[in-house]
Each structure stands twice: as structure tokens, then as C-alpha cells.
Design a protein around this ligand. Sequence first.
Ligand code: ATP
Ligand code: MG
Length: 495
Amino acid sequence: MQEINLKPLEIKDVGTVKEIKGGVIKIGGLASCVNGQLIELAPDLMGMVIGFTKRDVLVLVLGDENKVNIGDTVYGEEGVFEIPVGSNFIGRVVNTFGQPLDGKGKIEGVDSYPIFRNAPGVLDRTPIVEPLLTGTKIIDTCIPIGKGQRELIVGDRVTGKTTLVIDAIINQKNKNVICIYCWVGGSQSAFLKIMEQLRLSGAMDWTIVVAASASTSPAEQYLVPYAACALGEYFMDHGRDVFCAFDNLSRHAWIYREISLLLERSPGREAYPGDIFYIHSQLMERAGKLNEEKGSGSMTFLPIVETQEGDITGLVQSNLVSITDGQIYLGSSLFNEGFRPAIDLGLSVSRIGSKVQCEAIKKVSRSLKREFAQYKELAALTTIRTKLSAEIELRLKRGQALKDFLIQDKSKPLCVEEMIVLFYAFSKELPEILEDAQRENFKHNIYAYLLKNHPELIEELTIQKFLTGGVERGLDKAFEEFFAENPQQQIDSKE
Ligand code: ATP
Ligand code: MG
């Protein structure tokens, strides 16, 4: 008897396109679809269910909406939106769908991960104890960040927000941390400048860029942070440390507001929909540090959010402040007066605190935040007085020295040992007795001097991460030698 090869019967949910507007499609039918499900809109175009009305299904177009027409038949697919993931993505620039944007050819993923995924449960996590060093002095000493933490970067336009996260990415060289830079909704020209910076610094060797510029579809811009997060989760699940920066979530909130208005959801405060808190908390809670059983991987988030005229009480900003484990506030007046990175220490905090710092940096930076606040208060009080006591003069000089030490150029991240050396000198009241130029010379050259002439001290510091009596005495002596060997610069500075 002849064998009949029957293909299994495929039953699909069917619907008809009723309305198309601004990246959102209204579909009749699709009786059994669920939120987040994929819908085949055209042979090479997918959509994702994002909501329902009484009769219709609302679908977000994942691509060009011009490929769909009113009256088209669409089909419900099995499964949810997933993106390919894997180590091949390191060094590449991709879009929300994991497709390359750098023209270097197709990227083969080893697995695929859903972009919306439940965050690890409490029992799968472990306390955050390891530092994630950003290379920015003011952060690593006063607002330390741990592996698995979420630290918000908040500030007005052009206050150095992007620079902070790019420097943190550059600083992960040889630190076995995978970096993900997620670009949400900004201009293509600004994005290209940032890409150039990443390429020139060599940081692409350990970085993945996931981008959706303002010219892409609303769906791409809305989903891009979740896609970046899914890529990071792959590495976290494989026991790696991941650092992910979102630049920026204000633009993410704006695009979600636009989509929500198209979905005819009633606008609430600042015209944002009611679930704006949820979409950000859903993202932020996916960061964390996994326990040993789960492979000890971690994912650290540095989301950026914009403010207007320094107002952090806006809906999106205050939501994010409450979701994250601390914030770094960048002030435009500090930026304009030349204090860069323009971090306002009074308004910045890390709720993980100094428990992630090594003993040495903890010791030298314990009182920096307080001393700086006192200096600012004193400086404000004494601006109009001409005659000051010697003691006040000295305190002002010490404050000024601290301010100088905290100022740092962009793209010049420092290793933790250099920070320890600098702030150890500060704790020894060295900088305030130096003239300005001498201090600059000391700040820029002392570490290179120590590496050249006393490598054993730096080695011991690197291994021990502790300021032993021997290291302290060695440093004191080395500082004296440094000044003895650099008299010319001291004389120059006084001229
Ligand atoms: P936007 O709101 O446009 O996204 P932003 O807050 O991300 O801006 P950046 O683009 O990082 O700000 O920086 C703005 C400018 O300030 C850049 O030209 C950058 O080179 C400069 N800048 C930032 N940080 C420093 C620094 N520490 N030292 C010197 N220049 C800096
Ligand atoms: Mg920026």
C-alpha cells in the first residue's frame, strides 16, 4: 500500500487589519492572542500585541508600517518576541532585533532570549559586594557602584552624562566585564560621535552597542532597552559580569507616551500613561547579582535620565530615583564653572555604599564627601568677606585642593591604585600646602613617578588593597623624593 505523507495541519489565529496609524495597527479577529504575542503582518514583517480594545487587538509594528494595508489578513504566531544572543555580538553594533548596523555581516546567535523576561527572584540573588570601578575619581571614592547595582545618572542637557558612562565603559579594559551601550531615540549624528569615541578608545573589544535612533520606528525605540537587557542576560546566565548603560530613558518615556496616546490610553500626569512606572521598573529589576548556584553572574545598570532646569521631581525622574539604588546628579552650574565631571555630591548617593570598596580606598575617602560639603558652605559664606583668619584661609585652601583633585578630564579613567595614592596624599594634608601649579604637577605625575621608581609599592597596594604601615611609610618617602626631584617645576609654578 502506498504511504501517504500528510503534513500536520497548522491552525493559526487569523485577523484583518482595520486601521494603521503611527506604528500601531488595529486588528479585528485574532480571537485567542495574548499580550506580547507575535503577529505575522506581511511575509517579512512582524508585529507584537501591545493592547486590546473591546473588539480589536492593538499591534505594534516591528518595522516599516508601509508594508501593511488596510484589509490585509494577518496571522497569530506562536511565541513571543525573541532576539538572538551570544558572544558573537561582542564588538558589534546591532538594532532592536539583533541585526547588524555596522555593515560587518550577519551575526549568528547561539541562543535566543525573549526581550521581556522575568527578573531573577530574591532567592537566586546574592548581596552586592564587589565594586564596579568606573575610573572616575569622584564616583569610585564618594559614590561607589557595586556589580549588580542600578545607579541613575540624572542631569540637564549637556552636563556630561554620556561622557560618564562612556568613560566607565573604557575603564573596563582587562576587567572581564562585558559592556552594553544602549542608545535610545537620540540623533544619528550624536550616536556616530559616540561610536567614534568607543572605537578610538578600543572599547569595542568588550562592548556591544544596541541602538535605535530617533529615525527608527517607535516600536524599535520603545523595545531597544529590553533587547539590550536580553543580550546582557545571556552573559549573566553564563556567569559573566555585565555593565549596561541606557542613554537615555527620558527619550524612552517620550516614545512610550507617544505610543500610548496612539493606543488611546488615557494620559495621566505630564501626559504619561499610568504604567510608565511599570515599564521602567520592569527593566530595572532585571539587574542584579546571581548566587553561586546560578553561576555568580551580574548585571549592573547605569540608566541616564534628563532633567529640565535641574528639576528631579518630574514624573519619570522621580520614578527612576525611587526604583534605582542611588543617583548621580550632574549640575549645569557646576559644569559651567569648570568642575567636571559636574557631579553634585550633595544630591548624589549610592545606597550600596562603601561596602563594595576595598579597605585602602575606603580609608582614604571616608571623609571626602563631608569635607567637600563643608568647603562649599565655607566658600559661600566667605565670598563677600575680604579679611579672613589664617585658619579659615587654610581650610579654604584645603577645600580648593580637594576640588582640584576631584576634577577629571574626559576619556582619562584612573585605576584604583592611583586614586588611593592621590587621596592618601590628601589625607596627609599635602596638597593644601602646595601652590596651584605644583599641585597640578603632583596630581598628574605622581602615579607615573611611583610606577617608575617604586613599583613595589604599587604592586603591594594592588595585591593587598590595604594601606599597610610599610606602604604608608614608603609613600611618604616617595612623595618627599618627588618634590626633591621636581624643584624646577615648583619654582616655575611660583613665577
Ligand atoms: P546631552 O544632553 O546632549 O546628551 P550629555 O549630558 O550627555 O549631553 P556629554 O555629551 O557627555 O553631555 O558632554 C557634553 C560636553 O561636555 C562634551 O563636549 C564633552 O566633551 C564635555 N565634557 C563632558 N565631561 C567632561 C569632562 N570631564 N571634562 C571635559 N569635558 C567634558
Ligand atoms: Mg548624552
